[in-house]
Design a protein. Structure first.
Length: 346
């Protein structure tokens, strides 16, 4: 008996695949930090088609996959289904993952390497954007003085009764601002005046987290010497060492749109290297000369990136087999067949 071919569903799957190309292409135009390839032309309006496609595409894939899994189970049985899924999903995952994962894991380094000369190539346009961009109005308070590293102003505000651990602009304490800006003299002065080394901002980040995030190695050194706790975590569960792993897009977005401070990515990147050594994270698997760890476990764990849906499919097939097999021991043995043939299948 010749198996029926559902050409309409084949076309639907193909259309969803093509939409995937469009969706991932759009990621280069909206400035998301986790996507290493970013175009110089950015607009938030690209979010509209991206979210529209993302809202149904993967759900559609899994829905259609479930339909074909049921058909295959009926035609081939449990063992035949598992063998087929192994050949179509598990085997390609490991074979092609062996080739693809190193490229994905090193994409960020490649993007940083390509972008090293970008600041010089577009220096004119960048300077023009900074000139016409909104300037940050530094508040005339203790937080603003710490941000600017103005020691006399810091002393004056403290004499006038300003709270040394109070929350100022961006919900930062003065020590947060001094550490974030790399104003080491201000950091030393505030610590000498009794500032809390482990104070928290609105995101529960400590001054040490901010200094590490922005690659302020000297600020990190001072804070550690004075007794700051390098294990404290913020709302995201990240500690100072974790913050040094933030990619370029996220770092520049936080500096530009949230903190409103100028940074150079090349300086941040180099500063973070020293920060990681100070925090005891300099000897990571990637730096140990281990080829496998560098290419497959850059953060100490096996990373599959955007191929998560493949092993999710494996889990779903196994769950399907488990549920379908369990019907043998219940009086509703005909339920799977009825579901597959009833209008509920779609």
């Amino acid at each position: 008996m010749t198996a029926k071919r559902y050409h309409d569903l084949d076309a639907l799957r193909a259309f969803a695949m093509l939409l995937g190309i469009l969706l991932h292409g759009l990621l280069s135009f909206i400035g998301l930090g986790f996507w290493p390839a970013q175009d110089v032309n950015q607009s938030e309006y690209y979010f509209l088609p991206l979210m529209f496609i993302h809202g149904f595409r993967m759900s559609l894939f899994f829905f259609v996959s479930g339909f074909f899994t049921m058909m295959m189970w009926q035609r081939r049985g449990t063992v035949g289904l598992l063998v087929h899924r192994f050949k179509r999903i598990v085997l390609p995952f490991f074979v092609f993952g062996f080739l693809i994962f190193p490229m994905l894991n090193n994409m960020k380094s490649f993007a940083d390497w390509v972008g090293e000369g970008r600041e010089e190539r577009v220096s004119d346009s960048s300077e023009e954007k900074e000139a016409v961009g909104p300037k940050y109005a530094v508040p005339d308070d203790l937080g603003g003085a710490a941000r600017q590293g103005e020691l006399e102003s810091i002393e004056r505000h403290l004499t006038e009764g300003a709270k040394i651990d109070g929350k100022y602009d961006k919900d930062f304490t003065p020590l947060h601002w001094a550490a974030a800006m790399g104003e080491t003299r201000a950091v030393n002065l505030l610590v000498e005046k009794g500032a809390d080394l482990n104070s928290r901002d609105g995101h529960q980040s400590t001054p040490l987290v901010l200094a590490a995030f922005l690659g302020r190695a000297e600020s990190v050194r001072i804070l550690l010497e004075k007794g700051a706790d390098p294990e404290l975590r913020n709302k995201d569960g990240g500690n100072p060492l974790d913050s040094t792993r933030a990619d370029r897009g996220l770092t520049e977005w936080v500096a530009r749109d949230i903190l409103q401070i100028p940074i150079k990515w090349s300086e941040v990147r180099e500063g973070r290297k020293e920060v990681r050594n100070l925090l005891g994270g300099g000897l990571q698997p990637t730096a140990a000369g281990n080829w496998f760890a560098r290419n497959y476990m850059p953060d100490g764990r096996f990373i599959t990136h955007h191929l998560w849906f493949l092993y999710d499919l494996v889990y779903l097939v196994l769950a399907f087999v488990l549920v379908a097999s369990s019907f043998k021991y219940f009086p509703l043995a005909g339920l799977p067949k009825w579901l597959a043939e009833s209008p509920l299948r779609l």
